[in-house]
Design a protein around this ligand. Sequence first.
Ligand code: NAD
Length: 375
Amino acid sequence: MKTFNIAALAGDGIGPEVMREAAKVLRVAEKKFGFTLNITEAPVGWAGIDAAGKALPDATLALCKKSDAILFGSVGLPDRDPTIPKEERPERAALLRIRKEFGLFANLRPVKLPKALAHACPLAKERQGDGIDILVVRELTGGMYFGQPKKTEDIGGGNFRATDTMVYTTPEIERIAHVAFKEAQKIRRKKVTSIDKANVLENGILWREVVTRVGKNYPDVTLEHMFVDNAAMQLVLRPTQFDVMLCENMFGDILSDEAAALGGSLGMLPSASLGATIGDPSMDFEKTFGLYEPAGGTAPDIAGKNLANPIAQILSAAMMLQHSFGQTVAAIAIENAVAKAIEAGNRTGDIFNPNESNTRKVGTREMGDAIASAV
Ligand code: NAD
């Protein structure tokens, strides 16, 4: 029987509550689909600072290194100890450190709006078609956020000049493009929309050239190119035209949040940050290390009250089964169970609408129970 090791880092705020529900669902999937999950919990974020004086304690990092994947909750509590400098606060000291440590270059953010939750989407119903289903693939370690030089200079007379540099190399674009095309080939609609600004940016020209070349390896996938400004507009005008959106780091940061707004609630949106894939699928050995986490944060306003929506965390666990463990059937079963729990009328506060008939407001635990029993 296959065994997978998971580092479960629940973090702060609603993290522990939603992580508990994800573990509940994983335990059911484990029994049903015949694999073994070793789930080991460790503190991170303020929980890490409280337990070991650091947002990412050494023991937590060591656990991650010997695990096959990290299932992450959320970190950060804005009201805690303002004397702790930014670099040591959880958002930077834990999350950015893990991304760097494990070379997590590909960020996958699926946005799926089930028809039953059409009311939670800010767009008019006629713009939602048969439901929105977009996967944003964002490059996570290059581009403007990391390019050098990056500085602010005093240019005299009380004025300053700030410089950020957008840099991409061919290999960086190739590897993220492969991720996007492979995702489009999976259980999706086989279309990649590559986002760039090739009309004004050198980076955009290189991006377009490289993506076009990589696309030739995937003849069953339709490739189209779109300027980022138009993409921002098309997302709200006709979101159903998109299947996989392939973006460099900054464009992906912005567009994935715009797309997230279409999904109804932050509590519904999972994400995966993947490193390089090693091994060969034809030899039945392929391994991708990943960190899986909800798109939202620690939601301090509702933490500890059994109000949080656990679906983002549960779907993140499903992404982990698919991408890091190759358990696609189990992952799809969890996605279907989420859809069933929603169709059955279960709604946490963030997706509840009093005008919807045959629905009831449930807590974090009850939503987790409904999904677990539907798996
Ligand atoms: P947030 O995502 O925590 O909350 C924004 C709003 O969305 C709140 O009203 C919250 O109640 C709601 N929400 C979020 N997740 C929900 C869920 N599962 N169910 C129901 N409602 C949900 O963003 P924020 O308030 O700006 O940030 C709070 C803290 O979280 C900050 O310290 C921030 O830095 C941190 N944060 C961490 C991560 C991460 O760990 N990856 C991501 C974003 C924010």
